[in-house]
Design a protein around this ligand. Sequence first.
Ligand code: SAM
Length: 229
Amino acid sequence: MKKPGEVFEDASVYDPGIEAIVPRYDELHDAILNAPPHDRGEPLRALELGAGTGELTAKLLTRFPESTVLAIDHSEGMLAEADRKLATFGDRATIRQGAFPDDYPDATGEYDLVVSSLAVHHLDDATKRDLFDAVLEALAPGGWFLNGDVVRFEADHLEELSDRMIRNWVRSKGWEEAEFMDVWKASDDYDDPATLTDQLVWLRESGFEAVTSIWQYYNFAVYGGRKPE
Ligand SMILES: C[S@@+](CC[C@H](N)C(=O)[O-])C[C@H]1O[C@@H](n2cnc3c(N)ncnc32)[C@H](O)[C@@H]1O
């Protein structure tokens, strides 16, 4: 039985597969990594929640060559892929199996940056709010939280528009519609996206400042905020 967010039964097909079903996957990651105010040479301490195969963590470690990242995920299969991918970064990357918000973040004032991509939308709304509180606690003053994720539209016709856009994207990547629908339905079971507006409000209510969305493509958005100094 798959865990929330694993997407594919076989984690080794995740990297090519996710690019085929999430439009502008790399652009979403770029927006997360473009947003923090830090210089490339800073020794950033970062945490990735739901790191999967380690793709965003690898990009972060590459972009900030003095940074260290704790990459956490609850999936053994995904972490086995991450282990292979992140080996080249030596002790700058630490991988731990665990769930958010139950096991992580478990620190106070420790991180300059907390990032997540395509993972938080599996939590119900009350648990998303608990997570935002825990992330604020884990950040150092002035630290940033950036989440790139699936968001929900309140207007039905915009949800349908997003669905059509994803189907077009999938076909443009050469997938058969039926093959895609099987994967999509299976991963849908655990999906519980909230609206972008609600999540911006919740971040404010948790105590974040400078709360904003910085990128959106239909039902995918990158948003976050800063812990006050
Ligand atoms: C769609 S993948 C995204 C992986 C990666 N962040 C990326 O951008 O490709 C979602 C990941 O989040 C993990 N995940 C989902 N909910 C989680 C939770 N509550 N605790 C830990 N990991 C979780 C899944 O196991 C999966 O590896």
